[in-house]
Structure formats: C-alpha cells, structure tokens
Design a protein around this ligand. Structure first.
Ligand SMILES: Nc1ncnc2c1ncn2[C@@H]1O[C@H](COP(=O)(O)OP(=O)(O)OP(=O)(O)O)[C@@H](O)[C@H]1O
Ligand SMILES: Nc1ccn([C@H]2C[C@H](O)[C@@H](COP(=O)(O)O)O2)c(=O)n1
Length: 234
C-alpha cells in the first residue's frame, strides 16, 4: 500500500470476533473503524422497510444506489444512519440477520458496496491516520493491497458459544442449537460469493479459539505492529 496511512483489512467467518476485536484494535491504534457487514445489513433493512423484494436482484441493486447511507467510523461509537435515522439496533434484529445473506449474495449489489467501502477506507484513513476495516472480502477484493491483512478465525464450537452467550446470556448453553442458523447456515450462504474460511496468499491467520477477548485484541495488534511498524500512529 503506497499511502502513508495505515490500512488494516480483517476478514473472518460469523462470530469469529471480527467486529468487536477490530473495533477494540482501531481504538487502541487511534484510527477509524469500518464495519462493512453493517452496510449489507443497512441495505437489507432499507429494502425490508421499502417493501422491496429481496429476490429481485435489480431492484435491490437500485436500492443500493439510492440508499441515503452514512457510516460513522469512530471506534468509540460506530454508527449507521439512513436518511438521518440511527439504525444500529434495527440492523441487528433477527429479521435482518436472517435475510442479509440474500443481499450479500446478490452479485449486482456487491460491486456497488465494495466501491463505496474503498472510498470510505481512503477517506477515513486520510482523516484519522488509518483504518481497520472488517468483513468477508476486505483482504481479497476490497483492499487486497492493505498494509496488513488478517483472517480472524475460531472453531465452530467457540463461535457458537460466543454468539449464543451474546444473544441469550445465562441461557447460553441451551441456546447453541438455536444460534446455529446464524453462524453455520449464514457462513455457508455467504461463502458462495467470498472466500473467508481460508487465508488467501499473504493473509495472516489469527485463530482465537483458545484466546479470550483481550488476548485476541493483543494478537491482532501484534500482527499490525510487526507487519507495518512504520505506519502505526505514534
Ligand atoms: N476471543 C474471544 N473470546 C471470547 N468472546 C469473544 C472473543 N472474540 C469475540 N468475542 C465475543 O463473541 C461475540 C461475537 O463477536 P463479533 O460480533 O465481534 O463477531 P463477528 O465475527 O463480527 O460476527 P458477525 O460476522 O456474525 O457479525 C461477541 O459477543 C464478542 O464480544
Ligand atoms: N465485506 C462483507 C461484509 C459482510 N458480508 C455479509 C456477511 C453477512 O451475511 C452480512 C452481515 O455481516 P456481519 O454483520 O454479520 O459481519 O454481510 C459480506 O458478504 N461481505
């Protein structure tokens, strides 16, 4: 990457910790944070609100061109607004989680959001000295020339346990099966259009199966500091 700003690309399967670990790492580095999954979720939410049939590929692509989407990239308080309305909670509902793969596998939508993501990465990196961008195709398609490229992964069991705990708290042990759709089925659908289960050439694998949250953040920061020592903001 030729720019003087730090660009860190992070991909990984559902529940691997991409969002929370990338956000904490961006905060520690003092740079911006871009959650690209939130952009697919925002388009899905907007289509559901507007009554657009998610199986109508061209209609969803048109909605992607039209959506008045604003991404807040401060890792201390990332936000998603559509038409001035804050939709951070709306895009995390089960309704959106169950439907989002229909938008993410729409091959007319992907290049539109990928270009928007490249533009945002450039803009945020210039404004804040760097950016950590995470998703499913950041290391391979959106920013293959990023300074640091990481595949953050964890075993299916660890990912199910984490997501189940997040969604169901104390009842987590009994909720693992109910969470399976949100992890295993979604990864199967999403991996038909992006390769995020195995690290591409030049991408560093960080397996967090046996790490707690803080150790995972430290592991990611260690890779950044060792692979782009000159670009880490002072
Ligand atoms: N190393 C870890 N140890 C324990 N819990 C973790 C670890 N990393 C992340 N978590 C927790 O796991 C849950 C899922 O993490 P997160 O939402 O960041 O995953 P994700 O990969 O972004 O998932 P998705 O792609 O489905 O949005 C969160 O509750 C997070 O706090
Ligand atoms: N770069 C990306 C980011 C996300 N997706 C897909 C994968 C999910 O189905 C959906 C939401 O992502 P999440 O918030 O769960 O990380 O968007 C993608 O295809 N490419």
């Amino acid at each position: 990457m030729s720019s003087k700003h730090l660009v860190v690309a992070v991909d990984g399967p559902s529940g691997s910790g991409k969002s929370s670990v990338s956000r904490a790492a961006a905060k520690a580095l003092g740079v911006g944070y871009l959650d690209t999954g939130a952009m697919y979720r925002a388009v899905t939410w907007w289509c559901l609100e507007e009554g657009i049939d998610l199986t109508d590929q061209e209609a969803v692509a048109q909605a992607t061109r039209d959506i008045p989407l604003e991404m807040g990239t401060d890792p201390a308080s990332p936000s998603v607004h559509v038409g001035g309305r804050e939709i951070e909670d709306d895009i995390r509902t089960t309704r959106v989680s169950e439907a989002v793969s229909k938008v993410a596998t729409n091959t007319l939508v992907r290049p539109l959001l990928q270009q928007l993501q490249r533009d945002l990465i450039d803009q945020v990196a210039t404004e804040t000295g760097g950016v950590v961008a995470e998703g499913r195709d950041i290391t391979t398609v959106v920013a293959p020339d990023a300074d640091v490229r990481i595949l953050l992964t964890a075993s299916v069991e660890a990912r199910l346990r984490r997501r189940s705990k997040e969604l169901h708290g104390h009842a987590a042990e009994h909720a693992v099966e109910a969470t399976r759709d949100q992890i295993v089925r979604r990864d199967a659908d999403d991996s038909t259009v992006s390769d995020f289960m195995e690290a591409a050439e030049g991408v560093t694998l960080v397996d967090t199966s046996d790490l707690d949250f803080e150790q995972s953040v430290d592991a990611l920061l260690d890779v950044v500091r060792s692979e782009a020592p000159d670009k880490v903001p002072a």
